[in-house]
Design a protein around this ligand. Structure first.
Ligand SMILES: C[S@@+](CC[C@H](N)C(=O)[O-])C[C@H]1O[C@@H](n2cnc3c(N)ncnc32)[C@H](O)[C@@H]1O
Length: 317
């Protein structure tokens, strides 16, 4: 590291450590960008390391190639964890249509006051919240996208996906080096030795979390399938890994003449029935249980299978 870079790093450290945060927010030249906002959250709550400031300033001095993509990807988990945390706290549903101050939000979510403003400002910088005003009186509110997709009262809610990522996949990705070194899966099967679905479905809470995530993830695709695929020539449809029955539900809304079966493993059936009944389609969509590796599939003109290549060993696939 050159003397100049070292000096910049030290200035960065002094800036972050000793100058009040409000100075940085209000200074005309220092509108917070996303990296800076996340940095504040990091310095406030997680650690007092200063080396990222050094990197950010070094970047400005690099003549041709920049380390932007490297650093953005390397720090990407910071952004991800901030969003996943906001969803698991149900922040976006708590806000709903309202505009609330940081202290009001902190009280509703039962948060320690120390990190609330930085947490919310990081979400503003990432464009997952909007803010009007400054300081303790600033009010935070949902963006059009978070109101549509992350407020539980919206029919387009997809919060099950981030909830599932936070509860399951985040920790498994941390074991990527072990997966590469051993060739072994790092998911629920790691300690139990069971099939992933047996492992997941043994716990009703994990089962519901997984099924909700899947349903949220596929809704837009299934709506598009129901709109675009010409089902008029067919009289029956069986969705073979039907989860909560969503594919059948979406197609049944558009195609009343077809007979529907949604098939999945036995523990899923009760949840599927609940979703089908809620959609008012209990008389038109039948549930079936079975293991598609072993059991004969129900007879139908159209058989669908989606996002199932992750199941089983690659030989079975
Ligand atoms: C990744 S989800 C995909 C759900 C849905 N097809 C979609 O595209 O959103 C996989 C589904 O397949 C079901 N499944 C896994 N193994 C199965 C098997 N051997 N037989 C039947 N269903 C199975 C799981 O219970 C789960 O609901």
């Amino acid at each position: 590291m050159t003397g100049i870079n070292r000096a910049i790093q030290v200035i960065g450290l002094i800036f972050c450590t000793f100058l009040p945060r409000q100075f940085a927010l209000r200074s005309p030249d220092s509108t917070l960008n996303e990296a800076q906002a996340i940095n504040f959250l990091f310095y406030t709550l997680v650690t007092c390391d200063s080396w990222q400031i050094g990197y950010i300033d070094n970047r400005m001095k690099t003549p041709s190639a920049t380390p932007d993509a490297i650093l953005q990807t390397a720090f990407g988990f910071w952004n991800s964890k901030v969003l996943l945390t906001a969803v698991t706290f149900d922040l976006f549903s708590t806000l709903g249509q309202r505009r609330l101050t940081g202290p009001e939000i902190g009280k509703k979510l039962d948060l320690h006051p120390r990190g609330v403003a930085d947490f919310l400002d990081a979400l503003v910088a990432m464009k997952f919240l909007e803010r009007e005003g400054d300081g303790a009186d600033a009010k935070y509110f949902n963006t059009p996208a978070t109101a549509l997709y992350l407020d539980r009262s919206s029919p387009l809610y997809i919060g099950g996906v981030p909830e599932m990522l936070n509860a399951r996949l985040l920790k498994y990705w941390n074991d990527l080096p072990e997966a590469l070194g051993t060739g072994k899966p790092q998911n629920e099967t790691k300690h139990g030795g069971k099939n992933i679905f047996d492992e997941l479905y043994a716990d009703p809470e994990k089962l519901e979390c997984f099924l909700d995530g899947m349903t949220d993830l596929s809704r837009i695709n299934f709506e598009a399938l129901a709109d675009k695929f010409d089902f008029s020539r067919y009289r029956s449809l069986c969705d073979v890994d039907g989860t909560t029955g969503l594919l059948c539900i979406e197609v049944a809304k558009k195609r009343p003449q077809i007979e529907y079966i949604t098939l999945d493993l036995p523990p899923v059936e009760a949840v599927a029935k609940k979703h089908i009944t809620k959609a008012g389609l209990a008389d038109r969509i039948r549930t079936a249980t079975g293991d598609f590796f072993q059991d004969p599939l129900p007879k139908a003109d159209v058989i669908t299978m989606g996002m199932i290549c992750t199941t089983g060993t690659w030989r079975k696939r």
